[in-house]
Ligand binder design. Sequence first.
Ligand code: ADP
Ligand code: MG
Length: 631
Amino acid sequence: MGLKNLLKTYLLPSVSFVMLITGLTASFANVDLFENQWIRFGWYFIAYLLVGLVVMREAWESVLEKDIFSEYLLMSLATIGAFFIGEYPEGVAVMLFYTIGEIFQEKAVHHAKKSIDALLAIRPDRARVVTADSLESVPPEEVNIGEIIEVKTGERVPLDGLLLNDSATFNTSALTGESIPREIKKEEEVPAGMIVTDHVIRLKTIRSYGQSALSRILELVENAVERKAPAEQFIRKFARIYTPTVIVLALLIVCLPWLYAFLAPTFTYNFNDWFYKGLVFLVISCPCALVISIPLSYFSGIGAASKEGVLFKGSNYLEAITHVNTVVFDKTGTLTQGIFEIQEIVSAGTVDTIELLKTIAAVESKSTHPIAKAIVDYVRIQNISLAIPDRIAETGGLGLTAELNGKKIVVGNAELLDRYEIDYPATIRAIPETTVLCAIENVYAGYLRLADALKTDAHDAITALNKCGIKNFVVLSGDKQALVTHLATKLGITQAYGGLLPEEKVKQIEILKSNPSNILAFVGDGINDAPVLALSDVGIAMGGLGSEVAIEAADVVIQTDRLIKIATAIRLGRFTRRIVIQNICMAIGLKILILSLAVIGIASLWEAVFADVGVTLLAVMNSLRILKAKV
Ligand code: ADP
Ligand code: MG
């Protein structure tokens, strides 16, 4: 925190507080100097301005933004009114305690932001610099302007640069908030933060890391603040009706007895008395506890989740996840570890197995898919050197095409070869394991057989979700039906669909969504999962192995890739909602009590102030329980 902020946050309220206390003591001890009305006024007026100016400025700014009836206006009116009738210390106290409530809230928000930041930093940016004979992976800060970098399909562009490929399509939602794909042509600028979705591209950097398009981490957090939960939106709408109503009622309290005095001459109207009553009413009516504690509860929820390794991109998702009753899983990298091992290399005879492996590995070296990682590692351990492919395009859920030594190579699953009308032995489809097929110059050349295992916590995750009351599970995968059915059965899931193209995953989700009683969470990791992550009610991405596109499209990111955290997230969401409801009941209940007391004349301005501060602090502390929650 900068010095200026520190001053504003702590010093001014502290001075104001000391002045209030000395003032009250002086009056109590009948100090002569304080008998002078002007000195007394000046003393409290300074104490008031120290905390009140900020609030009054906020009130004025809201008025300028046409949001006239803000809580700031209510506070300003009530306190200025208190000064007007000579109740200086009350005016200072209301403003001061309100400010203290705000400080509490800001601290909690800051805390939550810090844990979110820490979470995001786990996944550092890397830039792949193209050198004369190899690629070098370095932190983007170390890349000079004018150097050439390579970005794989599904990865985020780390630095601003000019595109060297003919064209490529990008997902721009991190920068623009809209997920409309954008095509960029050769020599045009590609801003950092965009995700390339269909090619492996090369860029010539034009700015250093510090100057490259906005730090997206901050943006993610800021977006999180903007996406309000329904309860927060409700409070806003509520305030818009509530505040003017309260102001009108307060005016009526002051004016009606005055009118009554005309009708009943025995009734003597004392303006100060009724003005005071009107003010008490205004102060009591301040919805501080609600205004402060509800966003704070959601923030604490987001903060608590991030401590668990779960990043919520907005408080609305914290709320939405509590309603989920159907969980749809992707297979590879989500239910399975995504750590493949090569079991067998089968050549069709045109090239030998080593040549086949080298061809597949060369192309896969440009992919970020877990299959690709396994193949490339396998080759690297054996110190086999690879040729560098050209014109690489990747389609999520299918595989890659590229040029290698002038030959057209297709590497991927059977569906991909179908697309190019390349024949292959039909028996491959029946193999109950993941296979990667390869075609050279449109002629089938062989395949690799790979095995992957279920995540160790997959069973526990399903059990935990069951305990949360979720009984409906579905698996959607781009991998073979035989394999998908096999894994799903192990987990006791009956609805399992394999061999799905990315657009078929979308169709399946649409079918599920067409039943309005289904509230869907989709859990995925791949490039082919991005559309369904965006489409489902809550999209959950694997943040560790997952591709950047999936993380971008998701509403919730599980940094550790552990499935058990889905249930944790749901429980945290539910706990947060419970606290929010408690706070709403507590605040409104107490308001009604004090209001009734004020009407019959028992409660004074002081009780009103303390009730308001008290309930605000209680609500704040209640919200902070979420941060410490063990769910
Ligand atoms: P899931 O939908 O189960 O997560 P994937 O995202 O792994 O499946 O994609 C489905 C299938 O697409 C894979 O099983 C694989 O056959 C094929 N595939 C996707 N990317 C690649 C790649 N880089 N290399 C080879 N095959 C790929
Ligand atoms: Mg996957």
